[in-house]
Design a protein around this ligand. Structure first.
Ligand SMILES: Cc1ncc(COP(=O)(O)O)c(C=O)c1O
Length: 394
């Protein structure tokens, strides 16, 4: 169903006129094609095809029968905050106090809470381009100005400490947000580069927001959290990706101790609490880590398969995919209009992918992002369809 339009009593304010999250529009088109009886391979949305781990679902079944599942504390259930804090010991060998952990409705709500706590109207916040589009759109809706830091192949599609140092003064920055592994590129910052960036942010008095939502899904480079290098950072993470729980809408952030009360007041007023049932599921998910590691092996196999098969379809210009479950592919040989190209791919090849303009309004016209979070059979089918797609035979 297309979004309804009609006359309004008063026009919405300018700040609400943000761009769409195009991937969700592609998802709608793909669903419409399926409803019309077509077979579509979904590579548009970054979400695992697998459900939440069995242990999470079992925990929910028990809670539905035995718990009233009312509001929880605004910062989340204590047991979940403590379990998340332990993850920092297990994954990175560092101690994080559970009091600093804030459970949120997906990391998406963490961005709203974090941005409101850190930035005021007119502040300027640097974001790598290409990058996850919603950062830009949420900041804009809050009256904060996003500043693009262009990245490219020479720096593994990540900003450098020198680039940030220079932009801090030139652009009068209040903050900086980086995801590593990144969406859409999948590239990562090596731990030393992350440490350098934390140091620049601290020296320059910039809030550094580190989006670590793809941690747990890395394919070679070591993963480091910004919390290893500084306590003056805001780390954002989620149960959506590694934990395979997109629809449960549960994520978290770790904030400096001095910011906890500010975030708590915002969370109480904006959301009251994250959904109780999803927090129960999230806590249960920690008993399903073996299942999650098995999912990860499927992504690794999918990645290998696509890195081998896509070049045979003519899609050979692939950004180094260090982590996450995306391949960002340069399609400039075929098009300068990735939106039209992705639509044609959906219509003619039955493969849904996301046009790069979602992530980089300028250079993204030359790129398409494929998500490989589905099954290996689906990925093989996508490769087969693309190898037979006439548009790529040119
Ligand atoms: C880099 C990045 N951050 C945040 C999100 C939001 O995820 P969620 O709100 O499901 O935690 C996504 C979703 O794709 C993402 O790719």
């Amino acid at each position: 169903m297309a979004a309804a339009r009609g006359p309004l009593l008063r026009e919405p304010p300018a700040r609400s006129a943000i761009d769409p999250f195009i991937v969700m529009d592609v998802m709608r088109q793909a669903a419409a094609a399926e409803a019309a009886g077509r077979s579509i391979v979904h590579m548009e949305v970054g979400q695992p095809a697998t459900p939440a781990p069995r242990a999470a679902r079992e925990a929910v079944k028990r809670a539905i029968d035995g718990d009233n599942l009312g509001y929880t504390l605004a910062l989340g259930m204590d047991a979940l905050r403590e379990r998340i804090a332990r993850l920092y010991r297990d994954w990175y060998g560092i101690t994080v106090a559970a009091e600093r952990v804030v459970v949120t409705s997906g990391s998406s709500a963490a961005f709203v809470l974090g941005f409101l706590a850190l930035f005021g109207p007119g502040d300027r916040v640097a974001l790598p381009a290409p990058g996850y589009p919603c950062y830009r759109h949420i900041l804009t809706a809050l009256g904060v100005e996003p500043v693009a830091l262009e990245t490219g192949p020479n720096t593994r599609w990540m900003p450098t400490a020198a680039q940030i140092e220079e932009a801090a003064t030139r652009e009068r920055l209040a903050g900086l947000l980086i995801a590593s592994p990144a969406n859409p590129t999948g590239t990562m910052l090596e731990p030393e580069r992350l440490a350098e960036i934390c140091a620049v942010a601290r020296r320059r008095g910039l809030w550094f927001v580190s989006d670590e939502i793809y941690h747990g899904l890395t394919w070679g480079l070591p993963q480091a959290t910004a919390l290893q290098f500084s306590d003056d950072v805001i780390v954002i993470n989620s149960f959506s990706k590694y934990f395979s729980m997109t629809g449960w809408r549960v994520g978290w952030m770790v904030v400096p101790p001095g910011l906890v009360r500010t975030v708590e007041r915002l969370a109480q007023n904006l959301y009251i609490s994250p959904p109780a049932v999803s927090q129960v599921a999230a806590l249960g998910a920690f008993d399903g880590l073996e299942e999650l590691e098995a999912n990860k092996r499927v992504y690794a196999a999918n990645r290998e398969l696509l890195l081998r098969e896509l070049p045979k379809a003519g899609l050979a210009e692939i950004v180094p995919a260090d982590g996450a479950f995306y391949l960002y592919v340069d399609v400039s040989r075929f098009t300068g209009d990735s939106l039209a190209f992705a639509k044609q791919m959906l219509d003619e090849a039955g493969v849904a992918a996301t046009p790069g303009i979602d992530f980089d309004p300028g250079r993204g016209r030359r790129f398409v992002r494929f998500s490989y979070a589905g099954s290996t059979a689906q990925m093989a089918e996508a490769a087969r369809r693309l190898q037979g797609w006439a548009r790529l035979q040119a």
